[in-house]
Design a protein around this ligand. Structure first.
Ligand code: THU
Length: 156
């Protein structure tokens, strides 16, 4: 029997259509992006997390001449939050990117390893994490839970 997996997401036309708090979260992701260390790929990524306490945690990609030693923006932010505020639930993550690595119109969306880490962050706190994916067009995809980014993910 064929089964289907489907999920809904919201499409927001432009940053100014976000709520005030979401605009602040996006501003934090953009600020993080501007501090990315990406001399090799020249692809800058910024991620911001909204914690339940209201705190915003920022991360950006950190590259290294030994390429695999670098880390994506999302995991920098998630691991920093886990290391610093382990009891503060993550409500949202906002991701922005800039650079020529991806063609115009390509979907900006986290890599598989970051999805895996996001999935465990969500499972660990037993509360969904909303995902805001900011496209180069300015459109924003909003997903209600990381589960939709990694169906059939490896988890406990
Ligand atoms: N990168 C991220 O920071 N997040 C992603 O989801 C995908 C890729 C970074 C890793 C590397 O520094 C650069 O983008 C090019 O892959």
């Amino acid at each position: 029997m064929t089964q289907h997996f489907a999920f809904s997401y919201r499409l927001i036309a432009a940053p100014q259509d976000l709520s005030g708090p979401d605009q602040a979260l996006l501003a934090a992701a953009n600020a993080a992006l501007s501090r990315a260390y990406a001399p090799y790929s020249k692809f800058q990524v910024g991620a911001s997390l909204l914690l339940k306490s209201g705190l915003i945690v920022e991360g950006n990609n950190q590259e290294n001449i030994a390429y695999p030693s670098g880390l994506c923006a999302e995991r920098v932010a998630l691991f920093y939050a886990g290391a610093t505020y382990p009891e503060d639930a993550i409500l949202k993550i906002c991701i922005v990117a800039e650079g020529d690595l991806m063609p115009e119109g390509a979907l900006l969306s986290p890599c598989g390893s970051c999805r895996q880490v996001l999935l465990e962050s969500e499972a660990r706190q037993n509360n969904p994490i909303e995902v805001l994916l900011v496209q180069r067009s300015g459109e924003i995809l909003v997903l209600d839970t990381v589960q939709n980014l990694l169906p059939f993910g490896f988890s406990k």
